[in-house]
Design a protein around this ligand. Structure first.
Ligand code: GTP
Ligand code: MG
Length: 429
């Protein structure tokens, strides 16, 4: 037992003292309590399968969990990559597992593959966001929350024997900070043993030279360090999937039968299926879940909270205060709102002024038009008046002439009526 002098307490946080117990108390059952609680709660495990259409994703899942998940074949005509999650409740002994298999449907089928990774990244982020929202709730229920965060991405590589396609490299690079990637060479029975060996080396070389971080089986736990270290050297696993059973010797085994022989799925000389199953399910499932939470989710959470304005203070300044951050954010938001309001008010005033000016201009134009028309009208009126006067004068002149003519006519008439009388008188005389 370490002695603790009074000077030990001068530091900010006093070190706890170790004491030995006089007898059995019972807290050594804590691990059992933990196990019992976890078993009651059940586990969730979420696998994302990324690989081109028909590469053998569904077959491998069926083979891994030794069951038949209902899956439909994808067409090769999807407009863009679509994520299809399907959840199943599985039970082995007394352990309940909520397994979600997410298929990246239509991956690699588009002519333009530039954005193929985006729906996958968005899906992974959306699951992180759901979890973060649950965490930030006042009444959160993380105990029975269905955690849909992706724990592992099985990346199916086409067994070309050449090199990785740029689509594979781009997609894995985009995903590597968000999910644990385990690359696997699919349909490994279609490639010869020596080619496979070279292919594996080439793939690993390309991943390293392009800075793609794939999941490494942990070697810090003594119990699994050795096997994990050996398995890390076998990556990427070359797998064969089949749910078909073939008789080999006097045993029925899962295999793919060809005219020239039988490829046994669980034969380690034939493929790495057993290695994958061991590493993924039996040895490292909990580490994958743990890494997802402590590494990938933590990164997402940190970036998201920083984006929202939350920040841890550095050593010497005040500790992080949610209240202060909230107040600061609120003030920032209110001043932004005020600024926007002022901007909108100014915009409105400007608009009104503009409209007023336009209206005034229109009024002036109308007035000018009116004045012009008025002038035209007066001109017309003056002309008409002149014409009327002229006509009147003409009429008067005409009347005068007419009266003169009439007078002349009557004089002439009078004169002609007097002439016979004079003749008669002359005759009489
Ligand atoms: P989609 O969901 O439609 O994208 O296809 P998938 O990737 O789920 O492939 P699926 O499991 O449906 O398999 C497609 C074809 O490949 C089937 O005919 C399988 O029998 C065959 N297949 C699956 N695994 C292997 C394998 O390891 N080797 C060989 N040679 N064929 C395989
Ligand atoms: Mg499928």
């Amino acid at each position: 037992m370490a002695a603790t002098g009074p000077e030990r307490f001068s530091s900010a946080e006093p070190e706890p003292r170790s004491l030995s117990l006089g007898g059995h108390v019972g807290f050594d059952s804590l691990p059992d309590q933990l196990v019992s609680k976890s078993v009651t709660q059940g586990f969730s495990f979420n696998i994302l399968c990324v690989g081109e259409t028909g590469i053998g994703k569904s077959t491998l899942m069926n083979t891994l969990f030794n069951t038949t998940f209902e899956t439909e074949e994808a067409s090769h005509h999807e407009e863009c990559v679509r994520l299809r999650p399907q959840t199943y409740d599985l039970q082995e002994s007394n352990v309940q597992l909520k397994l979600t298999i997410v298929d990246a449907v239509g991956f690699g089928d588009q002519i333009n593959k530039d954005e193929s990774y985006r729906p996958i990244v968005d899906y992974i982020d959306a699951q992180f966001e759901n979890y973060l929202q649950e965490e930030l709730k006042i009444r959160r229920s993380l105990f029975d929350y269905h955690d849909t965060r992706i724990h592992v991405c099985l990346y199916f590589i086409t067994p070309t024997g050449h090199s990785l396609k740029s689509l594979d490299l781009v997609t894995m690079k985009k995903l590597d900070s968000k999910v644990n990637i385990i690359p696997i060479i699919a349909k490994a029975d279609t490639i010869s043993k020596s080619e496979l060996h070279k292919f594996k080396i080439k793939i690993m070389g390309e991943l390293v030279s392009n800075g793609v971080q794939i999941y490494q089986f942990p070697t810090d736990d003594e119990a699994v360090a050795e096997i994990n270290a050996v398995m890390n050297a076998h990556l990427p696993f070359a797998v064969v999937g089949s749910t078909e059973e073939v008789k080999v010797g006097n045993k029925l085994v899962r295999a793919r039968q060809y005219p020239w022989g039988v490829v046994q799925v669980e034969n380690e000389n034939h493929c790495d299926f057993v290695k994958l199953r061991e590493m993924l399910i039996r040895v490292n499932m909990e580490d994958l879940r743990e890494q997802t939470h402590s590494r990938h989710y933590e990164l997402y959470r940190r970036c998201k909270l920083e984006e929202m304005g939350f920040q841890d203070s550095d050593g010497d300044s005040q500790p992080f205060s949610l209240q202060e951050t909230y107040e600061a954010k609120r003030k920032e938001f209110l001043s932004e709102l005020q600024r926007k309001e002022e901007e909108m008010r100014q915009m409105f005033v400007n608009k009104v002024k503009e409209t007023e000016l336009e209206l005034k201009e229109k009024e002036r134009e109308l007035h000018e038009k009116f004045e012009h028309l008025k002038r035209l009208h007066q001109e017309e009126k003056r002309k008409v008046e002149e014409k009327r006067r002229e006509l009147e004068e003409e009429t008067n002149a005409f009347n005068r002439r007419k009266a003169a003519v009439e007078a002349l006519q009557s004089q002439a008439l009078h004169a002609t009526s007097q002439q016979p009388l004079r003749k008669d008188k002359d005759k009489k005389n």
